[in-house]
Design a protein around this ligand. Structure first.
Ligand SMILES: Nc1ncnc2c1ncn2[C@@H]1O[C@H](COP(=O)(O)OP(=O)(O)OP(=O)(O)O)[C@@H](O)[C@H]1O
Length: 254
């Protein structure tokens, strides 16, 4: 007899997460599933709890309540108890790149992959179009865009199943933001990787994700396809999209 497996095709499942700091509730009853190879953006106002949710999912921050499942298996609630198995399957691009200043570009990329081959490191750097000439230089000599490329190379060097990106275009000029977003889209297509991206970059959102989770006031206020997100009638989400894409703003203040 054949039984449907309700978790089939689901890479990631977050169930009824609660998190507070000093009795202040930050996340309230957050639940969602992410399908294999899906590209999802986590969007919402500053302070909504996006980064805390990321940290909770990654086990970098303990949960008050709730569970996270990866490929049907419940993850330990804290990184301290984590076997490390999960971390072999994921790549993380941290906010502001989080490179090690005392390591060269190549050493940074190799860091999460101690048994790396030089070939794998260069392959990842090729993938992010990082110039060969500068691969032995140190992060302090790189522009923001170049640092971002290194952090993406570090996240993909192990060819992960799932990629977490925390504001990959923050602090970059519009051209560099666009280039980095195109690069991420290319990586999604080549590696067929499940991607979860925190971003405020509404203009680049269609490049980064096909589905959106909108977090506000501690809760998951809205979730759905990118096209529906961009023209939703839900007021708070609509305002967020409007101010994130306002093309007529400059002409109105000139
Ligand atoms: N370690 C901590 N201790 C206490 N409060 C915290 C801690 N980490 C985060 N917070 C609080 O949790 C709330 C959510 O923060 P978080 O960084 O997740 O917001 P965010 O949605 O990612 O914001 P932004 O878009 O500005 O990065 C904030 O009020 C923040 O002050």
């Amino acid at each position: 007899m054949f039984f449907d497996n309700p978790m089939a095709g689901i890479t990631f499942s977050v169930k009824n997460i609660y998190k507070s700091f000093n009795d202040i509730c930050i996340l309230k009853n957050i639940s969602f599933d992410i399908q294999d190879q899906q590209t999802v953006a986590l969007v919402g106002p500053s302070g909504a709890g996006k980064s805390v949710l990321f940290r909770c999912i990654l086990g970098l921050c303990s949960l008050d309540c709730g569970d996270v499942f990866f490929k049907g298996r419940k993850l330990p609630s804290s990184i301290v108890n984590n076997s490390g198995k999960f971390f072999k399957d994921i790549g993380v691009v941290f906010q502001h790149s989080a490179l090690f200043d005392g390591m060269s570009v190549r050493e940074n990329v190799a860091f999460s992959f101690p048994k790396h081959s030089a070939y794998a490191v260069d392959e990842a750097l090729d993938q992010v179009q990082f110039p060969a000439l500068h691969r032995n230089t140190y992060p302090s000599a790189l522009s923001g865009g170049m640092r971002r490329r290194v952090s993406i190379a570090r996240a993909i060097v192990r060819k992960p199943n799932i990629l977490f990106l925390d504001e990959p275009t923050a602090g970059l000029d519009p051209v560099a933001s666009h280039t980095i977003s195109l690069l991420i889209q290319q990586i999604q297509n080549i590696y067929k990787v499940t991607c979860i991206t925190i971003t405020h970059d509404i203009l680049r959102l269609p490049l980064l994700a096909k589905r959106v989770l909108f977090l506000s006031d501690q809760q998951l206020l809205w979730q759905g396809k990118i096209d529906d997100f961009l023209c939703t009638s839900v007021e708070e989400v609509r305002n967020f999209v409007h101010f994130g894409t306002q093309q007529d703003f400059l002409s109105s203040i000139r």
